[in-house]
Design a protein around this ligand. Structure first.
Ligand code: GLP
Length: 241
């Protein structure tokens, strides 16, 4: 696990973008793993800037989002399908048909999740998995005590995660209770992983991930076993290391 500590939050996106580009360089069909949440937004903005400047071409890329809510109308502005379209697919000029998000509205969500996982596995895992971290140490929506060998599946959101995400909805009541998320095993199949975190609110989870024991209490700690995991954080997120 390589840890990069930036002086300010503003430096995190560009530094992380450098790592993502390095991870996919030389790949004719780069496969990206995409996180939602606010943490990777500056990373996506930096990738978009480089695409616009003609320094980066992602037109041949494939992408797989980490997770989606179950029980949300796919047309809802906060469905992850829409968030990914708004923050990644459109600004990076990716082709819609090459970007997949788990289907939380399928008739059989469990079967759709297994198909989704099989599609990633068939590629041998994604080339570069972009990650954020929840304040309770979750990655994707793998909440504490998720199995380290888990694959894409339905999960129940913890009250803390629902509260953390309530800022994207009109009320806590509107926040879905379930989700479908790539498993920790799926994430660990990635060839490389770039995790971004900023702010004091993430400091405890970041410390547990990097310096704590590898434990299901902090799902992100599994990244200590990842052969190419790069953690890009600001000084505030690093303050408990
Ligand atoms: C969300 C997402 C995660 C994300 C995390 C942190 O619920 N499912 O993929 O990394 O929580 O979000 P944020 O970056 O907004 O703090």
């Amino acid at each position: 696990m390589e840890v990069v500590i930036c002086k300010t939050a503003e430096e995190v996106g560009p530094r992380a973008a450098d790592h993502v580009i390095k991870c996919i360089s030389g790949r004719s069909t780069p496969v990206l793993g995409l996180a939602t949440g606010s943490s990777p937004l500056s990373l996506y903005a930096e990738l978009a800037r480089r695409v616009e400047a003609g320094e980066l071409d992602l037109s041949h890329a494939l992408a797989f989002a980490l997770d989606e809510y179950v029980g949300i109308d796919p047309a809802h502005p906060e469905s992850y399908a829409n968030v990914i379209r708004r923050t990644v697919t459109e600004p990076l000029h990716l082709s819609e048909s090459r970007v997949r998000v788990p289907d939380g509205a399928a008739d059989d969500v469990a079967a759709a999740a297994a198909d989704y996982d099989a599609a990633i596995e068939a590629l041998g895992g994604v080339d570069c998995q972009i990650l954020g971290i929840g304040s309770n140490g979750h990655i994707g929506f793998n909440e504490p005590f998720s199995s380290f060998s888990s694959r894409t599946r339905i999960k129940t959101l913890t009250p803390q995660t629902r509260e953390d995400n309530a800022r994207f909805f009109n009320s806590l009541d509107e926040v879905p209770r379930h989700c479908v998320t790539q498993g920790l095993g799926t994430i660990m199949d990635s060839h490389s992983a770039v995790l971004v975190a900023t702010g004091e609110g993430k400091a405890e989870a970041v410390a547990a991930m990097i310096e704590g024991p590898v434990s299901q209490v902090c799902p992100a700690s599994i990244l200590q076993f990842h052969p190419r995991a790069i953690i890009v954080i600001d000084e505030a997120a690093a303050s408990k290391l």
